[in-house]
Design a protein around this ligand. Structure first.
Ligand code: SF4
Length: 320
């Protein structure tokens, strides 16, 4: 399955992609190596975990309230974020996913953090900053009354909706953070970002989502999508990257243009062929691990969740 984030990872380190996407599998029972890889594949940095909590509160609770026309309860949302923060932090700190016999994939408090896993700690300041960042991101969004009103004016909000289609006969998948549907307008796709500086732009990722939504709209629209979705041209779709943590609440809007579509099309064709040639479409046991090269940039290994196992298994070709 081709995904934009998967391809990005594949470009960074093919072996990391292989371990995460072919070796890791939560259903595996009697294979200690694969079970270990599955745990490692779930490790997060503190920054990514903090972003996941914001995503979860926004996608699951805030958007649900708006869809149901409930009043927005800021205290409830921030408290829920705090509860998740506390319970997940405790879970990660005690590495509860490693308790014998534990079926951690079913744990609602599941979290696994890189430092705890590798015997390091987070300072109180790091933990407090993560919590403050979560509050700031949520409050920034809730303070944006104009934007919240805009969301409330929609017919329906689809949060984290998987979109599947085929490209050159191969399966492609994407999951936009939010699709805003209207009765009288083309859809608006929004991507939440919880980055401290918000320097990177995400136009390509949003373009990828637009293509996925358009393909689904034209082939097999979901049952709850508006009936007239297929009547809109992809060029009318609105795309927004919303940097929630930035003090200025940066919202970057992008347009779908003919040139950007051609560029994405070329990139996807190249990426799909590249991954296919390596055997990314194959199952564990069928794909040859030797096909998956290690990164050329050792700095990529610093934040890699497989760095311990990679070295012990002598997968990496570089030295420490
Ligand atoms: S430790 Fe480095 S070489 Fe090994 S999988 Fe991770 S990024 Fe790739």
């Amino acid at each position: 399955m081709f995904t934009p984030t998967g391809y990005k990872l594949f470009k960074r380190c093919q072996l990391q992609w292989y371990l995460k996407n072919i070796v890791a599998d939560g259903r595996v029972k009697n294979d200690e190596f694969r079970k270990e890889i599955t745990i490692l594949a779930k490790l997060n940095t503190l920054e990514a975990w903090r972003g996941n909590i914001v995503d979860d509160v926004v996608s699951r609770l805030l958007i649900n309230s708006i869809n149901k026309k409930y009043p927005i309860d800021r205290t409830y949302l921030v408290n829920e974020a705090d509860k998740m923060f506390d319970s997940q932090l405790e879970y990660a700190a005690f590495q509860k996913y490693r308790e014998p016999g534990r079926k951690y994939t079913k744990d609602k408090d599941f979290a696994a953090l890189v430092n705890y896993e590798f015997g390091l700690d987070y300072t109180d300041e790091m933990i407090n900053t993560a919590r403050t960042d979560i509050h700031a991101a949520l409050n920034n969004l809730l303070d944006d009354a104009e934007f919240i009103k805009y969301l409330q004016s929609a017919r329906f909000l689809a949060s984290q909706r998987p979109l599947h289609y085929t490209f050159s006969g191969l399966p492609v998948s994407s999951k936009p953070d939010l699709i805003v549907f209207f009765d009288d307008r083309a859809p608006h796709i929004i991507d939440w970002k919880v980055h401290t500086y918000g320097l990177n732009t995400y136009d390509e990722q949003l373009m990828f989502y637009a293509v996925a939504l358009y393909k689904v709209a034209m082939t097999k629209p979901h049952a709850d999508f508006p009936m007239n979705l297929g009547s809109h041209q992809i060029f009318d779709y609105k795309l927004t990257e919303y940097q929630l943590l930035h003090p200025d609440r940066i919202r970057r809007d992008y347009e779908v243009t003919k040139d950007s579509l051609e560029e994405l099309n070329d990139k996807m064709s190249k990426g799909i062929i590249e991954m296919y040639m390596k055997g990314c479409h194959k199952k564990y046991g069928e794909a040859d691990p030797e096909n998956f090269e290690t990164t050329n940039y050792i700095e990529n290994c610093n934040n890699c969740q497989f760095k311990t196992i990679c070295k012990t298994k002598e997968y990496a070709t570089m030295s420490n």
